[in-house]
Design a protein around this ligand. Structure first.
Ligand code: MG
Length: 394
């Protein structure tokens, strides 16, 4: 398990704890939360633990001395956990572009990857898909909407009978807000997600619909469809996670209580389903109503930016993700406004140079360049008076 101490990691640990006959956690990696990582390692009796942060790794090594748990350090240690010999499947649950190298390490070792790190496919979709194909490894979607599509398709690739896919979006905390109020939203307001408890970055990305835009790109790679055949529909109750539309006009939908333990268990158990004692069961008679509405790209321009980047292709989505990671971080620190986030992304995309040799280095270079541009934009804006701002950061 990579990203063991994050939101997905905690849910996955819960799944592992309820499925002792089916799952054994053998190795885990985290970035810096060494106390949580050590507690998990001891609870599950893992063979090895890696911490990306060197200081955290030293602290963990001291804590676990004599316990029989090998402690690895740095990015190399994380990659080693990703391809750990006794593991059948690697759960990739780190957040951000930092989650990409371990995904590639796992695939290159022929490990199936239960993929919760969407940035891997957003930034490096071609590289990740090709690596999986060449190494005979499967990508099993953990992202709730993609797991919903995967369930509707019974794990088969889409056939010629499929017309399009629909991903649902809760609409986030600003679904009913006007554009002006959204632009002035505070970090606390953006972090109040109405349906899913998640990490901070993805929660802010959900409030801007950037997360849904990334999910369109992710779905395009997972299911081999053009981005235009992947639609978004706002569904505030978060009960329907995805719909697939056939050429004859019929739809299939995947519905469940919004709980990440379901997609995690489905990805790890596929093609089997396991009883989930801790997840509340959906009662259709108690649902009352389910609402659906089109997304408003005027109030939520990040969604359109994602489609634009997907259509341009190559390294554009990598630049979009890199700029977004910086923009969200600066927003959470109070340095830029929520309404500045799409402007930072637009600036990064407008100045993005084409050119893609398909390598990890090219992806990381595009990511780094977009981050540098986003940082420069945020610096100009945070120094500028609040009034009279322009998209150029004036
Ligand atoms: Mg999702």
């Amino acid at each position: 398990m990579i990203g063991a101490t994050g939101s997905i990691g905690r849910s996955a640990a819960d799944v592992a704890a309820t499925q002792p006959d089916r799952l054994r956690l053998v190795a885990l990696a985290a970035r810096a939360r060494w106390q949580d990582a050590c507690a998990l390692a001891q609870r599950f009796g893992v063979e090895a633990l890696a911490l990306e942060d060197e200081g955290a790794a030293s602290a963990a090594a001291e804590r676990l001395a004599g316990s029989g748990v090998a402690v690895l350090r740095g990015a190399a240690g994380v990659a080693e956990i990703a391809r750990w010999p006794s593991a059948d499947v690697t759960l990739a649950a780190a957040t951000g572009i930092a989650g990409l190298p371990p995904v590639l390490a796992a695939l290159r070792a022929g490990k199936d990857v239960a993929l919760a790190n969407k940035e891997s496919l957003v930034a490096a979709g071609r590289l990740v898909s090709e690596t999986a194909r060449l190494c005979g490894a499967r990508l099993l979607p953990v992202d709730g909407e993609h797991c919903g599509v995967f369930q509707c398709l019974h794990g088969r690739p889409p056939g010629s009978d499929l017309a399009r896919l629909w991903l649902t979006a809760s609409g986030g905390p600003f679904r009913a807000w006007d554009a002006e109020r959204i632009a002035r939203a505070t970090p606390d307001e953006a972090l109040r997600h109405p349906v899913w408890p998640m990490g901070r970055r993805i929660t802010v990305d959900s409030a801007s619909l950037m997360n849904k835009g990334f999910e369109v790109i992710e779905a395009a790679w997972l299911f081999g469809l053009p981005p235009g055949d992947i639609r978004v529909v706002v569904h505030p109750q978060g009960i329907v996670h995805a719909l697939i539309q056939f050429v004859d006009g019929a739809f299939l939908a995947q519905c469940s209580h919004p709980d990440m333990r379901l997609p995690i268990a489905y990805a790890l158990g596929f093609p089997d389903r396991w009883p989930q004692s801790r997840v509340p069961t959906l009662d259709p008679t108690a649902l009352g109503r389910l609402d659906f509405e089109p997304p408003d790209e005027r109030r939520f321009p990040c969604l359109r930016l994602a489609y634009d980047a997907a259509e341009r292709g190559r390294l554009c989505p990598a630049a979009l993700n890199g700029a977004d990671e910086v923009a969200v971080e600066r927003f959470l620190r109070g340095e830029i406004a929520f309404g500045d986030v799409p402007s930072v992304l637009e600036d990064a995309l407008a100045r993005h140079d084409e050119g893609d040799d398909g390598s990890l280095d090219a992806v990381l270079a595009a990511d780094g360049a977009a981050r540098a541009r986003a940082r420069a934009w945020a610096r100009r804006v945070s120094l500028a008076p609040r009034a009279g701002r322009t998209a150029e950061g004036g």
